[in-house]
Design a protein around this ligand. Sequence first.
Ligand code: PHE
Length: 454
Amino acid sequence: MDRGNFGNRFTAIMAMAGSAIGLGNIWRFPYMVGQNGGAAFIIVYLFFALFICIPIFLSESVIGKRSQLSTFGAMEKYAPKGQWKWLGLLTVFTPLIIISYYSVVGGWSIEYLLKSLSFSFTDPQLSRDGHSAIFLDFVSSTWKPILLHTAFMGINAIIVMAGVKKGIEKFTKISTPILFLLVVLIMCYSLTLPGAKAGVIYMLKPDFSKLTGSAMLSAMGQAFFSLSLGVGCILTYASYLKKEESLLHISVLTSVFDLSFALIAGFAIMPAVFAAGIEPGAGPGLIFETLPFIFSTMGLSAPWLSNIVAILFFVTILFAALTSSVSMLETGVAYLVDEKKMSRPAAVGLLFAGCWTLGVFCSLSFSSLADFKILGNSLFDFCDKLTSNFLMSFGSLLFALFAGWKMKRSDVYDELTNGGTLRGSVKMFGVLYFLIRYIAPLAIILIFATNLIL
Ligand code: PHE
């Protein structure tokens, strides 16, 4: 059966970067920085991204590209007897939990796009508290967020139904570069706001006393989340790569894109958070309270420009969210199609129903279910923490151990260097293999241990 593959290197990188770049960079990164103390968190996050995430990215993509299968099939192929494949199967559920609450935030983005289309951000009378109140009113209004979550899930289902080439590829290659330009533009503007300096200092001046065990775990979780690691997405996408692609090249480029994106988004949001007097630790609503403030101050001097920027911004953020959520759904669909021999539409329908339902409950955790807590967290926060801090770390550990200890060294070498033909990868192989085999797994275990102790 033809599983379809990516047309060329540019589209392959754009699809991987499209999966990586999403609400994680623009929505989640700024509020994680805000909740975990600023610059110190960023330093640890960057460290994890480079020394743990790149090796994990390579492990996942080696497994995917070598096997040309999705997680379960790949593990079954290289380790038919052990428990690996069942552990691998667990990772298939992680992106399905993520997409449920991610889609709720996707729905929020639709709401803000609609608001910007009706020019709601140009009212200079609206105070800062006004923007926060509008956000809180909206998320607690029960039906509208659910309706928009449904719309977001629906668009996902349609794209994934269309398959790799027609759906995903076409979509990502345009939206990702546009978003990048827009975030840079917003950053430049945000840095000129009065009071922005405090935000810049917050991003640059580390206070290591804030770095608790749980902040470290969150930094690692954010790094995995942002690069879509430990859930089989990168593995699945790598299985659609052509044989001649260089995995090292792709992983480094994707990580650099993703990291710069997060940092630029941070420098776009944090200065405005301080300029607007919003609390940096405000949580999941942070950007939805801050961005309207940016747009309405911009509107004071250039109403048209601010409208155009707002509309373009929310369109592209929606695209960024979709290119990520599509990769989550695709991971589950690939499993059902490859292993369970389901048809694509049936697989999409089944997963849509499950994820939509969980998403409805996550959405309600901002209204009627606000008092329902699991281990002190709302359902939305619980799903978020469970996946990024635990399930993604578990999956990442699993992939590193599988590539480092279970697959043959010669297979990993062959796949990373394309049979010894990629000179750069040949030179780096020793170091990379050491990182995959020892450093990445040990670091993940260590962070868990630290989190338990500190
Ligand atoms: N990396 C995506 C983002 O930053 C989120 C994601 C997580 C995508 C897991 C796929 C799998 O928004």
